[in-house]
Design a protein around this ligand. Sequence first.
Ligand SMILES: Nc1ncnc2c1ncn2[C@@H]1O[C@H](COP(=O)(O)OP(=O)(O)OP(=O)(O)O)[C@@H](O)[C@H]1O
Ligand SMILES: [Mg+2]
Length: 252
Amino acid sequence: MSIELIDIYKSFGPKEVLKGFTLTVPEGDTVSLVGFSGSGKSVALKHVVRLLSPDSGVVRVDDQDVAGLSRHELYELRRQVGFVFQFAALFDSMTIRENLSMGLIKQGTHTEAEIEQRINESLNMVELEGFEDRMPAELSGGQRKRAGLARAIAFRPKYLLYDEPTSGLDPVTTTVIDRLILKMKKELGVTSLVITHDMKSADRVSDRVAMLFEGRIIEEGTPDEIAKSENPIVRGFVDGEPELVEQGRLDQ
Ligand SMILES: Nc1ncnc2c1ncn2[C@@H]1O[C@H](COP(=O)(O)OP(=O)(O)OP(=O)(O)O)[C@@H](O)[C@H]1O
Ligand SMILES: [Mg+2]
């Protein structure tokens, strides 16, 4: 039960964002997708649940070809895939409880008591117990990200997609979120794809790291292998050296 993106091409008008992008997340693993801002990480992630469709290429999740799913099947798939959005994407006019319960109520398969219990469990898991009645505006950035994660896990998904779960957070809060990602894997057994540009985070949470550059994965390996990579583009990215990246690009 893996996530597979195979030879994906995606353009917006004349702008080619993905050009032969291939990435697999094996069942139970956590894979981090790293790359420069604007390189197409979020675009790639959105293909997993058909928020975007490829111009060509195949997306396979849970052994299903995502392009071929009916509306109903797509809806079923999305219930299995928790999406933690880049900017938390909570509804500002709703309490945290309402934000978390909305999807479960819509699903129509749980009693009120079950939903309440699910919410409590999910908030406990991200250490936000007691925050049910707060409004999103009353939360810090880090708490909001955790609330976004709680909403994603309230469905008990098999897969979790995290879009920059730690961007804009201080190093300690980042570590807290990273530990949560590890906890989700350990306690819920989820298969996860994490977008980040924080190499330290990638190192902590991932089984494997893949780097996106100019539309495709230019290197993939364990965090250790990536840290030791001799590819100048990867080196430049890891060490924050634009000259190295530019040289690597010209040499390609
Ligand atoms: N719906 C869209 N319509 C048109 N262009 C888009 C759309 N979504 C993304 N893009 C473009 O695709 C490119 C990649 O965007 P994307 O959001 O995937 O970058 P990213 O790697 O996630 O960057 P960041 O690290 O800053 O979040 C950008 O040039 C962006 O402007
Ligand atoms: Mg993004």
